[in-house]
Design a protein around this ligand. Structure first.
Ligand code: CO
Length: 350
């Protein structure tokens, strides 16, 4: 904060709140804030019904609670006064609800408001060993769940039934919760990168793409695999091998000091040379940790140098509209001499 001349960091319920204080909850309409000044102690403003919980679970000692019949704005005003926020540079949690930012702007109109990601992203994008071990576990649970589901005869099952099965297996093995809504896209639906599982029944010859992950102590996994129900057509086989090789090329490019855009380029150039450049309609990857999508983004134009301890997905895909699509995704940790995958489900065509 001092390096960036930020006087006050204001965090709302979010992954940042969990990262900094070991506590968070879903964002809601009640004022719930962690205020961290550059000097002095942090202050937690919490709804009274959370006071004991925050006290037991968070690292923060100063907890000010407000009751449902109190005016939380008054409490916020007195806290900001105590922290001497008047002409300060104030960093705001990127996902804070607009209503709370407007409240802050009303109380301290002369402050300069900036995004908290200025401070938080450089911290969060480098994972420490305790974070990595949780992500490894989350990846392992996803692998095991997929292993179980890929034994099923998919024919006749609906996308939703398969998605529910995958989720159940991840949770049964110890995931805290799923990391995001599980995607199962079959047949022509697999040509839609973010198709949600629906009621379509799997038929012989369908391509089926799965995109799934769970959380362990808040840390996410995120895996995509594509299988064929029955015998693949030559076209399915060809497209699959192009994606498989593009994913491997991008993975091989990972190492400390490499620009993020270079990893994207490896996958994209391979797919383009194979004639499918226009069908690869998204970035190659995204950082992952407490959030499923966070920095660093593996995308053209991002000249950020990858560092040891970063974790991100590599997930090229080819989508042929009204026909089928293929995506293969792994989470990769940057080590001192390259990349290490945190999930290892079979990547060969099944
Ligand atoms: Co992903």
């Amino acid at each position: 904060m001092r390096n960036k001349e930020i006087d006050l960091l204001v965090v709302s319920p979010s992954s940042n709140m969990y990262y900094l204080s070991n506590f968070t909850d879903e964002p809601g309409e009640r004022l719930f804030m962690l205020l961290i000044p550059d000097k002095g102690d942090p202050e937690y403003l919490v709804p009274e019904l959370y006071a004991d919980q925050v006290n037991q679970q968070s690292h923060v000692e100063n907890i000010r609670a407000w009751g449902d019949s109190d005016n939380p704005q008054r409490l916020l005003r007195s806290t900001l006064k105590k922290l001497e926020a008047r002409n300060s540079k104030v960093a705001i949690d990127n996902t804070m609800w607009a209503s709370f930012l407007l409240m802050l702007q009303g109380i301290i109109p002369n402050c300069n408001f900036v995004r908290a990601s200025n401070i938080m992203s450089p911290l969060r994008r480098i994972k420490e060993s305790n974070e990595i071990s949780k992500m490894l576990e989350a990846g392992k649970l996803a692998d095991e769940a997929f292993g179980e589901v890929s034994e099923l005869s998919l024919k006749g099952m609906t996308e939703l039934e398969i998605a529910n099965q995958l989720e159940k297996e991840m949770l049964r093995r110890g995931g805290d919760q799923i990391a995001f809504e599980t995607l199962v896209a079959s047949g022509p639906n697999s040509a839609l990168p973010h198709h949600r599982a629906g009621k379509r029944e799997i038929r012989e010859g369908d391509t089926v793409t799965f995109d799934f992950g769970c959380k362990v102590d808040g840390y996410c996994s995120d895996t995509s695999r594509t299988v064929i129900c029955g015998k693949p057509s030559p076209k399915q086989e060809e497209v699959y091998q192009v994606v498989r090789e593009a994913q491997e090329k991008a993975f091989q490019a990972v190492g400390p000091g490499v620009e993020a855009l270079k990893i994207d380029r490896e996958a994209r150039e391979y797919i383009t040379k194979a004639g499918y450049g226009e069908n690869f309609v998204h970035r190659t990857g995204h950082g992952i940790g407490l959030d499923v999508h966070e920095e660093p983004y593996i995308v053209g134009g991002n000249s950020l140098h990858i560092e040891e301890g970063m974790t991100f997905s590599i997930e090229p895909g080819i989508y042929l509209q009204e026909d089928f699509g293929v995506r293969i995704e792994d989470i990769v940790l940057v080590n001192k001499d390259g990349g290490k995958r945190l999930n290892n489900s079979n990547r060969e065509l099944q």
